[in-house]
Write a protein that binds this ligand. Structure first.
Ligand SMILES: Cc1ncc(COP(=O)(O)O)c(C=O)c1O
Length: 455
């Protein structure tokens, strides 16, 4: 019932490049039918092309998680005193190697990106409360920052007297340069009002619309412009783009492990760069370990189920069953999602929202203008309609051009709706064909979002 003992050996930590995998193992990569078995618990008959929202967890990891849960339940006292902390440290060491951090103390394991944002922004709130920041000092964010992050800014920064500089992300977008130009404009606005920019929050991959942001370049600009610290919200990153925290150079970097890294919900890592000026960060849930450093505080926030943090070694074993390990999975997903996006755009005579190199393992595909996706409610109604009537799980984004902007056009009008498709190892061509045909049928039947509103 116990997970195999090799998972407890911290020396088993690897850098995810598969170099530790023996020749013999390399000859027996996971095959198609084994992949099907690993995801056989997925509801049959559903085209699940939304890995981006909630991720996915293979059966072997669900089994490993159950095994950890039973181990705790069988003898909690022994588990708490003799195993839990050591295992969490082992998980942190694996992540440290994967993301190229210098030290395991820089890596905390938390529940999710939402918790990480609260950790960072709570610290900003204290700086206002303790008089280290002055009223009106600013936080910079992209206009399409994740809603939970925006709410955290409202709760911890605006309420404490801080101001917010919003940088507009152009979309559809053609190049990194367009994003860099908007970002520079945002920082200039911050400087113009004479206030200090205390924190920039930069997405590595925005959620809606999904775009890979030139995070490394934006961090560099922040340094040049005297922004005090930088938090990269990379909720979608690990397993979907290459992650090297030293290369990116931010002070704080969070990625969920339950999105593209096959962990069960919910688990994320928060990297906090060690420096002489490292801030005094704390977990928002205060427990026995308060004051012992964020990583230690985070590893005990009261009695709860820690199993999603403990399966990280088994997840790495699962990932390394695929040719090329994490990088191999990432590259194949990227190539496939671009191929599928291009197939859909061709069928609907529309466009992709970004060039292929700005797609992670997700892509934005323009929907026919005839569907008339004109507001966020339309997008949500269409998403629900596709799920309820066609068995397709896919988020829909609405982007109406702002004044002076020219949106993308199809033969009938302006493209204002986009499907955000994902590709993960379990997806097949049929999933995307189902979406293609559902949209084609809606258009043929003259269905618009206005009609769906009345339903
Ligand atoms: C960019 C971004 N930030 C933060 C989050 C929040 O992640 P979680 O719900 O796991 O906390 C998400 C979730 O999709 C996201 O896309």
């Amino acid at each position: 019932m116990d997970p195999p003992s090799r998972f407890e050996d911290p020396r088993a930590a690897t850098n995810g490049d598969n170099s530790h995998v023996s020749k013999k193992l390399k000859l027996s990569f996971i095959n198609e039918s084994q992949i099907r078995e690993e995801f056989a618990h997925h509801q049959p008959g559903i085209a699940r092309i939304n890995n981006g929202s909630f991720g996915s967890c293979p059966a072997s990891i669900i089994a490993a998680q159950k095994s950890w849960q039973l181990r705790f339940l069988r003898q909690p006292d022994d588990f708490f005193f003799n195993h839990l902390q050591r295992q969490i440290t082992h998980s942190r060491t694996i992540i440290k190697d994967l993301i190229n951090a210098d030290h395991v103390d820089e890596v905390s394991i938390v529940d999710n990106a939402t918790t990480a944002a609260a950790i960072v922004l709570q610290n900003v709130g204290w700086a206002f409360a303790e008089g280290r920041f002055q009223k009106g000092d600013a936080v910079v964010m992209l206009h399409c920052a994740f809603q939970a992050v925006k709410k955290s800014i409202e709760a911890y920064v605006t309420r404490a007297g801080g101001s917010v500089i919003v940088v507009h992300l152009p979309f559809p977008v053609n190049s990194d340069e367009e994003i860099v130009a908007e970002f520079r404009k945002g920082l200039a606005r911050g400087r113009a009002n004479g206030k200090k920019v205390r924190l920039a929050i930069i997405d590595h991959i925005t959620s809606m619309p999904s775009v890979v942001i030139p995070a490394r370049e934006l961090v560099k600009i922040c340094r040049e412009e005297g922004v005090e610290s930088v938090f990269v919200d990379a909720a979608h990153a690990i397993g979907s783009v290459h992650v090297d925290v030293k290369e990116i150079g931010a002070d704080f970097y969070v990625s969920n492990l339950h999105k593209w890294f096959f962990c069960p919900p919910s688990v994320a890592f928060l990297y906090c760069r060690k420096s002489p000026a490292s801030p005094d960060l704390h977990h928002p849930v205060v427990s026995h370990e308060y004051g012992n450093g964020l990583a230690i505080e985070s590893s005990w926030i009261g009695t709860r189920d820690y199993s999603s943090q403990l399966v990280i070694p088994e997840v790495l074993e699962f990932i390394n069953r695929f040719e090329g390990g994490l990088e191999g999975i990432r590259k194949r997903n990227h190539d496939k999602v671009v191929e599928m996006a291009q197939m859909l755009a061709k069928a609907w005579v529309t466009n992709l929202g970004t060039p292929p190199e700005m797609c992670p393992s997700m892509a934005m595909v323009g929907l026919p203008s005839k569907l008339e996706v004109l507001c966020d409610d339309d997008a949500l109604n269409l998403r629900s309609h596709l799920r309820d009537h066609f068995g397709v799980e896919v988020p829909i984004h609405c982007q109406v051009p702002r004044d002076g902007e020219i949106g993308a056009m199809d033969g009938d009008g302006c493209v204002t709706g986009y499907a955000r498709i994902s590709h993960q190892v379990y997806n097949t061509l049929d999933d995307y064909i189902r979406l293609r045909d559902a949209i084609t049928q809606l258009v043929q039947d003259g269905v618009t979002c206005k009609i769906l509103r009345r339903k």
